[in-house]
Design a protein around this ligand. Structure first.
Ligand SMILES: [Zn+2]
Length: 299
């Protein structure tokens, strides 16, 4: 099995990327699978448009994977378990920097390491069951959080080819998007973009940048075919995506029933931030996150 995990800050184009990658004949986009238990319990829409509990694909995954019912956090992936701030800090330190200590602590029940390790194993179990149920060998997971990536990296089964795709978007466009969508203050939106990408950079540093591909959203929009081909070749596949096929990007993704992509005909770059952000807001961004933005080549 080949497995692509997409990590990024929100509103960076991960839905589009996951759908494009799923155009590979062996590709299956499972969306934000880390939310499986929560979204299934709420009976949210599946990427196919049906409610999750009515979707025949997920019914076959649950049946063939011999998952216990009812769903519980003992047997299904859920959001990472965290505690108070210092415990979390120590947890992240072991997760990213001391995998040996992480594994050792995960032997003891009730440690954060043990609980999240079980969670990561459940994540894998569900991923493998989706591969079996669909007959597809390339799974695309856009669970996004870098901590989840690290947790599943440390518990990965034998024989899985692995690629982390770090998708990054111009922080100013991202700030504008969060200001518009969630009425966030520019300082807060910029700081969040910086925090997520810094965390991802830390994780990349500690994994010696192995099996990692950094990708700019703007480059994806400018040349989607080439970008997808590069990603596929990095994971040992040779395939040219035909964008005329975008309507075929049908999937059963978790949290993937995104209206924005329904009837998606043309891939366009959204540059509204250039006209809409004031000088003052741009100055706030520069002060908060300008340095990191430059590192990604945004000037
Ligand atoms: Zn479905």
């Amino acid at each position: 099995m080949k497995y692509i995990f997409i990590t990024c800050h929100g509103h960076s184009g991960s839905t589009l990327l996951s759908k494009l990658l799923s155009l590979h004949p062996e590709g299956l986009n499972v969306g934000e699978v880390k939310h499986f238990a929560a979204y299934y319990a709420k009976n949210d829409p599946c990427g196919c448009g049906l409610a999750l509990q009515s979707c025949p694909f997920w019914a076959s995954v649950l049946e063939n994977g011999h998952f216990p019912t009812p769903l519980s956090e003992e047997s299904f992936p859920v959001e990472g378990v965290r505690r108070h701030i210092w415990a979390n800090y120590f947890y992240f330190l072991t997760l990213f920097s001391w995998p040996g200590l992480y594994r050792w602590l995960s032997q003891f029940p009730f440690t954060l390491q043990a609980i999240n390790r079980r969670n990561a194993q459940n994540h894998w179990k569900l991923i493998q069951a989706t591969s079996v149920a669909s007959g597809k060998s390339l799974i695309i997971d856009k669970s996004m959080a870098i901590s989840r990536y690290q947790e599943i990296l440390l518990t990965r089964p034998e024989g899985v080819d692995f690629l982390l795709v770090h998708l990054v978007r111009d922080g100013r466009a991202n700030m504008y998007s969060y200001m518009k969508r969630f009425a966030q203050a520019p300082e807060k939106a910029a700081a969040k973009w910086r925090k997520t990408n810094r965390k991802i950079e830390t994780a990349k540093y500690f994994s010696s940048n192995q099996n990692i591909l950094e990708l700019r959203y703007e480059d994806l929009i400018a040349n989607p075919e080439q970008v997808c081909q590069d990603i596929f070749s990095q994971i040992g596949l040779n395939y040219e995506v035909q964008l005329d096929d975008l309507s075929l990007a049908f999937d059963h993704s978790i949290g993937g029933n995104d209206d924005k992509l329904v009837g998606y005909q043309k891939i366009r770059l959204d540059q509204r931030w250039e006209d809409q952000l004031s000088e003052e807001e741009l100055a706030i961004f520069k002060k908060t996150a300008g340095k990191l933005n430059k590192k990604y080549g945004y000037h």
